[in-house]
Design a protein around this ligand. Sequence first.
Ligand SMILES: Cc1cc2nc3c(=O)[nH]c(=O)nc-3n(C[C@H](O)[C@H](O)[C@H](O)COP(=O)(O)OP(=O)(O)OC[C@H]3O[C@@H](n4cnc5c(N)ncnc54)[C@H](O)[C@@H]3O)c2cc1C
Length: 263
Amino acid sequence: MLRIIVPIKQVPDMSQVKFDTEEGRVDRSSAAAEINPFDLNALEAAVQIKEKLGGIITTISMGPRQAESALRDALSRGADDTVLLTDRAFAGADTLATSYTLASAIRKLGEFDLIICGEKTVDGDTGQVGPQIAEHLGIPHVAYVSKLEEVGEKLVVVCEMEGERYLIESDFPVLIAVTKDINTPRLPSLRGKLNARKAEIKTWGAEELSSIAEKGRFGTQGSPTRVHRITIPAEEGRKGRIFRDTSDEAIEEITNALYRYKG
Ligand SMILES: Cc1cc2nc3c(=O)[nH]c(=O)nc-3n(C[C@H](O)[C@H](O)[C@H](O)COP(=O)(O)OP(=O)(O)OC[C@H]3O[C@@H](n4cnc5c(N)ncnc54)[C@H](O)[C@@H]3O)c2cc1C
């Protein structure tokens, strides 16, 4: 029976969200929140493994109290247990502090075999947190996993990176970060939704992690990243140009324009 951990992040609906360019941050109150779409693929991969081999899936999220709804959503889609990491001390975390906090909580949970992350989030979009968690825990990781070939004594996965496909084998425990190609996430079941509504959500703050983590590595204090400026690039509309001439110079001009477009 595999013990699987799925870190999930609650993100704003990116088609609605507004940016606070003065403060240099995403205005999370401007849009509805949902589970990061890539994390639904991670959860689905975990549920499929559980259905085949048996297992326990624990989802874990660091965020404000509202992230509880993302964890309930995860329960309704097949997770067994959840932990919400929420505390003012965790606020202002960059990816290093986020991954450190998540890794500390995973340590506190005890033994595990497999951690499945999404490839990246649709708001932060760095893809750093998964591999960083693995580094904090001192375990191997494989990113950009598009297929699980074998889950048994060992884990064999297909990793697709920059147009190449790699077949990678690893012992447990291991962390993988999965792409959207790995599966199609299922919808929550009605029974799952009803159970999730009543479920207890474990909530841990800095105090609960104090026996295994250094408080100075949480939140703003533990974040070396500084955001200097946030800008929204101006959208360039289509620029039409008509070439009427048929001379050699005109042909050269068209050829150069096409090369510029291709480059
Ligand atoms: C200086 C600074 C201050 C910031 N302050 C805040 C803040 O106050 N509040 C805030 O919300 N964000 C804050 N952020 C953004 C925050 O750092 C990132 O959202 C977070 O570290 C995750 O990075 P990412 O979104 O790029 O995740 P990625 O690395 O793209 O995510 C990959 C995978 O990691 C897992 N994962 C990522 N984040 C979480 C999470 N929180 N919980 C569980 N699993 C996760 C998921 O499986 C996800 O698919 C700040 C960033 C900076 C640079």
